[in-house]
Design a protein around this ligand. Structure first.
Ligand SMILES: [Ca+2]
Length: 184
């Protein structure tokens, strides 16, 4: 998304070039020349079952989330406001300041949505499909609270004891840390 030079915003596509790994091949496409103000863009991957990457956009004020379905050979469909479909309501920027999609995070093959809400909790919404296309989401689930650590070391135990926190909880799976309080 960038300024369109007339006080608005336009949507740009950077194409990847397989031989160099660079994102410009041979240039950029303007997919849509206006109407991208106040939208947060998300990349869910393929949300419509045709193998092409689609686009989601959240209207930060109303909280509606729209799906812009890609069309083979016509990437400008990703910027066509007239053909977008609304797949969620009520996810406003005020209540859900940070929002995004990392594709399918629930391992059912359907892309999902995540957010850090205004109370700093990580929430996810599992995508739901009709005829192979995302049309809605399940109710959100709270996955964690960014303000509270899930593990901590107890530093007030008696000397010579192993820490009560099992070491592998804090290390990578399969790695064991030999952590003991130092005897006096
Ligand atoms: Ca999913």
């Amino acid at each position: 998304m960038e300024s369109n030079g007339a006080g608005g915003t336009q949507l740009i596509l950077f194409q990847g070039k397989a031989t160099t790994g660079q994102l410009i091949d041979p240039g950029t496409f303007v997919l849509s020349t206006s109407g991208w103000e106040d939208l947060t863009l998300m990349a869910p991957g393929d949300a419509t079952g045709d193998g092409l990457a689609d686009l989601w956009a959240r209207d930060d004020t109303t909280g509606s989330i729209y799906q812009y379905a890609n069309v083979a050979g016509h990437p400008e469909a990703l910027g066509d406001h007239s053909k977008r479909t609304r797949i969620r309501t009520g996810v406003t920027a005020e209540s859900f300041p940070v929002i995004g999609s990392s594709g399918d995070t629930s391992a059912d093959g359907v892309p999902d949505l995540w957010s850090l809400d205004s109370r700093h909790r990580l929430r996810t919404w599992n995508g739901e499909t009709a005829s192979g296309k995302v049309t809605s989401f399940e109710s959100s689930e709270v996955m964690g609270d960014a303000r509270i650590s899930t593990h901590h070391w107890k530093l007030n135990e008696e000397p010579g004891r192993t820490a009560r926190q099992r070491p592998h909880d804090l290390a990578r799976p399969g790695r064991h840390l030999a952590v003991r309080n130092v005897p006096e």
